[in-house]
Design a protein around this ligand. Structure first.
Ligand code: ADP
Length: 189
């Protein structure tokens, strides 16, 4: 089973992706998490990545596609995986579509988490108090939202057309438990 959890930062994708990866015994493939782990290693690449992420910019498609390709080729991904935070640009979307097509793989579900900007800012600001992520500053959040509308939203339009039969949208503003129940009904029959 290959799923995409799609939506702006702070929409609740990560929380649900963690839950369903464990429930369905598939891999939670969060590109943000992979990148943050990379930052822990001291290297020239990490310094560069750190600057990009901290300011809320997107990391290059070349790096992201390489990271994702390496990850999905690992054995545990044979069972399936949930994309959380990828694809985030049209270039990434075309890359992964190509890969799946060439390997006879299909997306099972495409879930869009919908949430308004004010709620996003409110959520990330309060998360910043407990998680202290360097990209949760006010300025970085603004840039992340701007990038979402400029680069990531077009992916949504492209996928809504291409995968209309597996596309579902849910209200990301709901409580975690309610959202969870709705997704259970949808994904686990
Ligand atoms: P959020 O969804 O809250 O923005 P993530 O953990 O998914 O958080 O991503 C954190 C940061 O990692 C992004 O702001 C971006 O800099 C980088 N990143 C993650 N995934 C991608 C991607 N697919 N393409 C480019 N950059 C990415």
């Amino acid at each position: 089973m290959i799923l995409i959890f799609f939506g702006p930062p702070g929409a609740g994708k990560g929380t649900q992706a963690k839950f369903f990866a464990s429930k369905l015994n598939i891999v939670h493939l969060s590109t943000g998490e992979i990148l943050r782990n990379q930052l822990k290693k001291e290297s020239k690449l990490s310094l560069e990545l750190n600057r990009t992420i901290e300011t809320g910019q997107l990391v290059s498609d070349k790096i992201l596609n390489k990271i994702v390709l390496e990850r999905i080729k690992q054995k545990d991904c044979n069972k399936g995986f949930i994309f959380d935070g990828y694809p985030r640009t049209i270039t990434q979307a075309l890359f992964i579509d190509d890969y799946l097509f060439n390997n006879n793989l299909l997306f099972s579900y495409f879930i869009e988490f919908i949430i308004d900007d004010d709620s996003i800012i409110e959520r990330i600001t309060s998360r910043a108090l407990t998680e202290s992520r360097s990209d949760d500053s006010k300025e970085a959040i603004k840039t992340r939202l701007k990038k979402y509308y400029e680069e990531t939203k077009p992916v949504l339009d492209y996928y809504q057309n291409k995968y209309s039969s597996i596309y579902h949208k849910i209200d990301g503003k709901q409580e975690i438990a309610k959202l969870n129940n709705l997704l259970i009904k949808l994904l686990i029959k």
